[in-house]
Design a protein around this ligand. Sequence first.
Ligand code: PEP
Ligand code: MN
Length: 359
Amino acid sequence: MSFSGLSAMGLSPATPDGLVCIAGPCAAESREQVLEAAVEMKRLGVSAFRAGVWKPRTRPGNFEGAGIKALEWLKEAKRETGLPVATEVASAKHVAAALEAGVDLFWIGARSCANPFAVQEIANALASADIPVLVKNPLSTDLNLWIGALERIMGAGVSRIAAVLRGFSHSFTADLRNEPGWHIAIDLKQKFPSIPILCDPSHMAGRRDKIFDLAQQALNLDFDGLLMESHPHPEAALSDAEQQLTPQELGTILQGLKIRKRGDEAANDLKINALRTQIDELDAEILAAVAKRMDIVREIGILKREQNLTVLQSTRWNQVLGNMLESGRRLGLPVALVESIAKQLHQQAIELQQAIISK
Ligand code: PEP
Ligand code: MN
C-alpha cells in the first residue's frame, strides 16, 4: 500500500514523480503569517499544509503556540488555498476543537507519543471521527512505545494512519538535533508493512543545511513521504527558527530530490541477484565463525569457573578491542562498525560466562 495509503489520507503527490510532502511552518504565529505561508505552500503544490496550533515545548517560557484562535487562521488558509490542513493534537480538548474547525489531518507529537495516558485520551476523543492521523516517534529509541501509540489510535477505529520518523534525542553533541534512528523505522515497517512511514528531516536535522541529505536518505530507504517545516521568514520564526526553510529553499529541495524505483525490482536483476547470493553465503560464514567463537568462550568460561577467575579481564578486553580496531583499520572498515561488533561479541561472551560461572 504505502502510496495508496497516503492518497486515502487525502494526500496527493507534491511532485510529478509522486513524492508526498506535507509542509508549512512549525507554528501558526499570526493570521498574516499563516496565510502567507499557506499561499506559498500552495504555489509549491505540497500535499497538505501543516502548522502547529499548540506547541509542546521542552522548557516553559518558549512560544507555546497561538492556541485556539489559530484554528480560525487554518480554516481561512484551507478556504483560500484548497489545501488540506494539518495540526498537532495533544489532548481531548485539542481534538474536539480541531475537529470542529474542520482540520483535515492530525499529528501526535514526539512528546505526547511517549505518554500512553495522553495517547489514550486522544484515541478516546477520536473514536467517532473519521480523520487521518500521523504518529511521530517518541523521543526515546523505544519501538514498542511507538507501536503502542499506533495501536491505541488504531484501536479507536482510526483506519487511516501513518507513522513519522523525526529522530530520537541523544545525549552527546552531534551535527544533528536528533539521531535519525533509521533502523527503528525499518523495524516498524517489518512489523506493520501496511502502515506508511513519512520522514520529518526538519526535526531530525535541527538546521537547514542538513535537511536535503536526510530527506534524500529517507527516500533511498523507501520512506513514503516527507513532513517538512517551511516559514515565509524563518529568521523571525517564534519556534524552531534554525530548521525552517524558506518556501524557495523548500522548492529547490523538492526539485532536487531523487525518487528511486520502489518495490523489490532488484529481485529481477540478474547481476544484483548473483551478488545477493554472495552476501547470503558470507552471512552464513560470519555466523558460523561467531558460533565457533562462542564455543571457545564457553570453554574459557569453564576454566575461569575452575580457577575462580573474574569473568571480566580488562587487560584482555583492551587487547581484543585494540586488535579488532587495528584489523578493521587495515581493511578500511568504519571504526564505529568495528567497535559495535566488538562490543556486541564481548557483551554476549560476558553473558555466557556469567551463566557458566554462577552454575
Ligand atoms: C512539530 O512537528 O512541530 C513538532 C513539535 O515535532 P516533534 O513532536 O517531532 O518534536
Ligand atoms: Mn517544530
